[in-house]
Design a protein around this ligand. Structure first.
Ligand SMILES: [Zn+2]
Ligand SMILES: [Zn+2]
Length: 344
């Protein structure tokens, strides 16, 4: 089968690979029906993900149909429509038992799909730990609605949960791209008074106003003052940083009120420093890292109930054979693209 792969030295391209087979009793083979491209794929291309394996098939955001299951998988059958978690995890180790699946101790635990083991930009994918990694898509939820549940939306759900949002809070999300919007939409479900999304791109601010009207999109200039003015205690009660630049990092701790929770969901391309002498006494709580992606079930229930719908983020749909064009459009952020859907 044709697979779109990481070739090293900033290159991606096609390869011919055999169809995957079950290699463990907890595996499943899934026929991909829709996949997407994530900024992390571009990070792999750019060499910023050292553990990415040379030649690996890319793609870790997908929905599909179960084709075959290993011996010990009982809750899934061939023909079931499923969403796939970005992370595969054993469910039994110290970290998994606490929900910290990103740090699963198993060999194929954590972010493996489309990074260390072959991913979704092919007709079939082998999913390890299918009993924890696959979630049935409820009837009435489309592929497009379910596509982002395993990664981008899971990140939003995870970040909003870490942010410890209470009713009446002011929440600041920095970055109005797909991850930021998912953070904002999930934060909204926690009952805050307002969710402000800071985004530099005017087109993206318009996109938010049009498709996600519960979020208030503001530009970076004046954003900190705006947040301080509208919040009850001199700054945001919770901040989610989803932009990933030195400026956005600074905004995260500047716009937060004392004792706020600051969630760093962004991936940076270099180290960040905190002016700890100036911040002494502000007593912020920082929570950092990559998503513990195990929220598909909760998200899909919210989608099925009509409370959550981030499908407008899929602004462009391409066929599998046009994957290169999809990568080009996505990486160059042309034509107002947020996310692309790749149909098989
Ligand atoms: Zn991703
Ligand atoms: Zn584990």
């Amino acid at each position: 089968m044709k697979a779109f792969c990481y070739l090293g030295n900033g290159k991606l391209g096609w390869a011919d690979k055999p169809e995957p087979k079950i290699t463990d009793a907890r595996d499943a083979i899934v026929r991909v029906t829709m996949s997407s491209i994530c900024t992390s794929d571009l990070h792999i291309k750019g060499g910023f993900v050292p553990r990415a394996k040379l030649g690996v098939t890319l793609g870790h955001e997908l929905v599909g149909v179960v084709e075959q299951t290993g011996r010990s998988i009982s809750g899934l059958r061939a023909g079931d429509r499923v969403a796939v978690n970005v992370e595969t995890f054993c469910g039994e180790c110290f970290f998994c038992r606490r929900g910290w699946v990103n740090n699963c101790e198993s060999d194929e635990g954590g972010w493996a799909i489309g990074c260390r083991i072959d991913g979704a930009q092919a007709k079939y994918i082998r999913v390890p730990f299918a009993d924890t990694g696959l979630t049935l898509i409820p009837d009435g939820v489309t592929d497009k609605q379910a596509l982002l549940t395993g990664d981008v939306l899971a990140t939003g759900y995870w970040a909003a949960t870490l942010a410890e949002i209470s009713e009446g809070d002011t929440v600041l999300v920095i970055g109005g791209g797909p991850v930021g919007i998912c953070c904002g939409e999930c934060a909204r479900l926690k009952g805050p008074a307002r969710v402000i999304v800071c985004e530099a791109d005017a087109g993206r601010r318009r996109f938010i106003a049009e498709h996600f009207p519960a979020l208030t999109a503001v530009p970076p200039s004046g954003a900190v003052e705006y947040v301080r003015n509208v919040s009850a205690h001199g700054g945001a009660d919770a901040v989610i940083e989803a932009a990933g630049s030195a400026q956005s990092f600074e905004m995260a701790y500047t716009a937060a009120r004392p004792n706020a929770v600051v969630v760093i969901a962004a991936m940076y391309e270099s180290g960040m420093t905190l002016p700890l002498p100036d911040m002494y006494g502000k007593n912020l709580v920082f929570k950092t890292g990559g998503v513990d992606g195990h929220y598909c079930k909760e998200e899909l229930s919210l989608i099925a109930e009509g409370k959550l719908d981030v499908s407008p983020l899929i602004t462009h749909v391409f066929g599998f054979k046009d994957l290169e064009a999809a990568y080009e459009l996505f990486s160059e952020r042309r034509d107002g693209v947020m996310k692309v859907g790749i149909t098989m």
